[in-house]
Design a binder for this molecule. Sequence first.
Ligand SMILES: [Zn+2]
Length: 260
Amino acid sequence: MTRAILALALRARYARPKSLPRFCRTHSFVAERVGFEPSAYCGQVGKVTTDHVPPRSWFPEVVDYELITVPACSPCNQGWAADAEYMRSVLVVDHRSNSNPSARELQSKVIRGFARHGRGGPTADIVGTMREVELRSAAGLFVGTTGAFDPNIDKLEHVCSQIVRGLYWSHAGTRLPETHGVGAYIVAAFTPKNAEQRESIEQLIALGLGGNTRELGDVFKFDYRLMGAGSSAWVMQFYEGFVAIAATLEKAATPHRKLR
Ligand SMILES: [Zn+2]
């Protein structure tokens, strides 16, 4: 991670909202409603369930703050469940989450999951690539070993893009238009290949910052900016550590970008 991105990521972490932001809709009433309405993700009108964004399982059992929910059809709700469980595991065992109370509360649950699933199930990518690595001090002295694994970036990006679709629905008050897609980057794992790429990431972070900030306890914090006509930028931080950025972009205008 470059120094500049790190500085921006830290700004994302420590920037405080100037005033309490106002929120459009959180749809916590959906569960009690009987009837048909469009799924926040696919737009199909049908029977919907309440989908938490981020998923409810990412939060401690008891919370004293409002969570964000959107209406989702069953295929959409189920469609990201396995990858979301995978991402939760990655986040709560990540060293950046070590001192986060919510992540710590979830750690034992996640580790029980590793034991239960063995080399299969949603956490297979973690268990399968887990290895012992040497820890060295700044001076290069051997100080012990720790577990490391290769995160599946594709799954993390899938979950981040789904979160952004949910947040877009909840904060823009409408579904992301068909003409647009989500580009998501895991900043923690991203090394820009060249100056141009670095600059575009920095621009994205700068765009997302300072618009509106919202915090869901110590689990999820995000900054976002809605730029109209389906365009938006998002800087998200999980468990006070892991940072991801995303933008909703017009597909036709950005053919070179991988959008979801
Ligand atoms: Zn759907």
